[in-house]
Write a protein that binds this ligand. Structure first.
Ligand SMILES: Cc1ncc(COP(=O)(O)O)c(C=O)c1O
Ligand SMILES: N[C@@H](CCCC[NH3+])C(=O)O
Length: 468
């Protein structure tokens, strides 16, 4: 067995804007020396000279040198283009970006500017978004366990819609709402549809904590109780099936059940609810071979079906609401790590240990999620490859970021590795494990980089300590 350790890497935490690279520089945006990478990489990804990889016209190796690693590089144009694609594909729908995928003030501003709404599920997300100037009327609040303070805050800020998840929320909300300025609410229902990449994220089925079951009458009872409250305006039904769904069939099944419930409510109460929220869950490519569910395919698979089902039941077609998170954010970011140690074992295994891991990306450890990875920053064309497990630096054997990655056989400490599709449910679920500190986020666009979130330091941890 051989183990090698890397020299310390620079870690810039002060706000910094990269100067536009000079023409001819490896990361100069106007002279890309290769083609778009496709697959899970942002549309702007271009190979540069000497093994460089450009995102938004900025070289990842150059950014790593300036900002330190691990580093998350977020392509602003990719976020905006994905937001726009939803509006184009679903012109009659209302599209809410699910903030849980990743939220910061810049992201909130881009989403607002692109005309989407925002789905939040905590006072933290709500406060950050509104402090960044996000219009509260375009915000929708979720949560299976909203605190009384969160409900009051939502009312005070005049949040557009609240999704009711439990009966006790109804009198609580009614007590702080008035008939002449009613709170718009939706009822979250469980359609009994299993979909999503892992059992932990399948929320459309019975036996999990979210929503009201249609079967058995729980959803109908919630509707009855809301309709009895003059301070609440029931605008529709909501469901969220799961996450990383690549097929439209589960959404059609959910629509069948929601439309049946709409017809039942019309027959029993004489009300036709004008909104149907299908939640999010649209899948993205983490690896070149993965399938994605893009907005156009989602629209093609759902909108005509909804209209047909409504026609069968003699219902006016409700307005569709959708809440994509991953599909807007994930493909827009690339995580950049530096190799700290390379280990070859006598039984033929090879490990490349990097300076991040489950602390900044818990998804492989939580769900067994698979990722692509490629070396950046030195020429590797023609180099023999070997199979490596790319592992993190945290104190668990399960801290594996990418299993069986094909990487240059001569991989060595100091090398940089880039992992695409890093924009969703990585930093938003990042932890303080081992007090490593969460990585910075740099936005890139038109060959310029700007620091959005600085690296978390031990001083941030110490700042929360108030006693000993
Ligand atoms: C209610 C709700 N809406 C939207 C989303 C966003 O899901 P995704 O990021 O998979 O699109 C989630 C998370 O799965 C959710 O729970
Ligand atoms: N955290 C999950 C998605 C959960 C979506 C929120 N309901 C993932 O990374 O796949």
């Amino acid at each position: 067995m051989t183990t090698t350790a890397a020299a310390a890497t620079p870690a810039t935490s002060a706000p910094f804007t990269l100067p536009a690279p000079a023409a001819g520089h490896p990361s100069a945006p106007c002279v890309p020396s290769g083609h778009a990478l496709g697959g899970p990489w942002p549309a702007s990804a271009r190979p540069g000279a000497a093994g460089e990889l450009l995102i938004g016209g900025v070289g990842l190796a150059e950014a790593a040198d300036r900002f330190g690693t691990p580093l998350y590089v977020l392509d602003e144009d990719e976020v905006r283009a994905r937001a726009r694609a939803y509006r184009r594909a679903l012109p009659k729908a209302e599209v809410f970006y699910a903030a849980k995928a990743f939220l910061c003030s810049a992201m909130a501003a881009w989403i607002a500017e692109e005309g989407l709404g925002l789905d939040v599920c905590s006072a933290g997300e709500l406060r950050l978004a509104t402090a960044a100037g996000f219009p509260p009327e375009r915000i929708l609040l979720h949560g299976n366990a909203k605190t009384p303070e969160e409900l009051r805050l939502a009312r005070r800020l005049r949040v557009g819609r609240i999704v009711v998840d439990v009966l006790s929320e109804i009198p609580r909300l009614a007590a702080i709402s008035v008939a002449d300025a009613p709170q718009r609410v939706l009822v979250r229902v469980v359609p009994g549809v299993a979909a999503g990449h892992h059992s932990a994220v399948r929320t459309g089925v019975d036996g999990q904590k979210f929503g009201f079951r249609i079967a058995g009458g729980d959803a109908a009872e919630a509707v009855d109780r809301i309709l009895a409250q003059p301070g609440l305006e029931l605008t529709g039904l909501h469901c969220h099936l799961g996450s990383q769904i690549t097929d439209t069939a589960p959404y059609r099944t959910a629509l069948d059940r929601l439309v049946e419930l709409l017809a039942d409510l019309r027959d029993r109460h004489g009300v036709e609810l004008p909104e149907l929220d299908l939640g999010g869950g649209h899948g993205v490519r983490y690896r070149p071979q993965d399938e994605e569910l893009d907005p156009a395919r989602f629209a093609a698979g759902t909108t005509a079906h909804l209209a047909a089902r409504c026609a069968e039941h003699g219902l006016a077609v409700p307005r569709l609401l959708v809440e994509p998170g991953r599909a807007v954010a994930a493909p827009a970011a690339v995580a950049v790590y530096r190799v700290l140690a390379v280990k070859h074992t006598a039984d033929g295994r090879a490990f490349a240990a990097v300076d991040g891991g489950m602390g900044d990306n818990p998804r492989p450890a939580l769900y067994g999620s698979a990722y692509d990875v490629r070396p950046v920053g030195r020429p590797t064309a023609g180099t023999a490859t070997g199979v490596f497990d790319v592992v993190g630096r945290h104190c668990e054997a399960g801290d594996v970021l990418v299993r069986d990655a094909q990487l240059p056989a001569d991989l060595r400490p100091g090398d940089l590795l880039a992992v695409p599709a890093a924009g969703a449910y990585q930093l938003s679920m990042a932890s303080g494990y081992n007090l490593v500190g969460r990585p910075p986020v740099v936005a890139v666009r038109d060959g310029r980089a700007r620091l959005l979130i600085r690296r978390e330091t031990v001083e941030d941890f110490r700042a929360r300590e108030v006693g000993r």
